[in-house]
Design a protein around this ligand. Structure first.
Ligand code: CU
Length: 157
């Protein structure tokens, strides 16, 4: 009796392990195919040159930090509690190294490609700018906001 029970247990364990192996194999297959799917989705986004930007206190986040040259549409959401804007300026070098004066980025020293209006907390605005290949910085140039951290590099290629 004891031997029979042990035999069943072993058979059950082997069956369980086989099932786990199949499950793991399936998992490997799906994980190896998902990066390709993700890349395809990213490529589609680049072709459309659509960028989702989120403004908060005190940061700018984007779902894509680069786009193809041409018309680039920014869907900007202010997820913060005070008004913010998104301005696109052309600048080489680090995003936090723009020249400033009196708490503002000195826009007279750079090319400003465009900006949203001041967007209230919880509101959104969509803007499209024509951008040539190069290095840009997305900033919120409301007094002190840039220095507080509202800037992020953006590349057009
Ligand atoms: Cu701001």
């Amino acid at each position: 009796m004891k031997q029979i029970l042990r035999g069943r247990w072993v058979a059950g364990a082997v069956t369980l392990m086989a099932a786990l192996a199949v499950a793991c194999g399936g998992g490997d297959d799906s994980s190896s195919s998902s990066p390709a799917a993700t890349q395809a989705a990213a490529a589609d986004d680049n072709d459309e040159s659509a960028v989702a930007a989120t403004l908060t206190e005190w940061a700018i986040a984007v779902d894509e930090d680069r786009a193809s040259a041409g018309d680039v549409t920014f869907a900007v959401t202010n997820a913060g509690g005070v008004p913010h804007e998104l301005a696109v300026v052309r600048a080489d070098g680090a995003a936090d190294a723009l020249p400033t004066a009196a708490g503002l980025v000195d826009e007279s020293q750079m090319e400003v490609l465009g900006r949203t209006s001041q967007i209230g907390g919880g509101a959104s605005e969509e803007v499209t700018f024509s951008l040539t290949a190069g290095s840009y910085v997305l900033i919120c140039n409301i007094p002190a906001h840039y220095d507080l951290g509202m800037r992020i590099g953006f590349t057009v290629e």
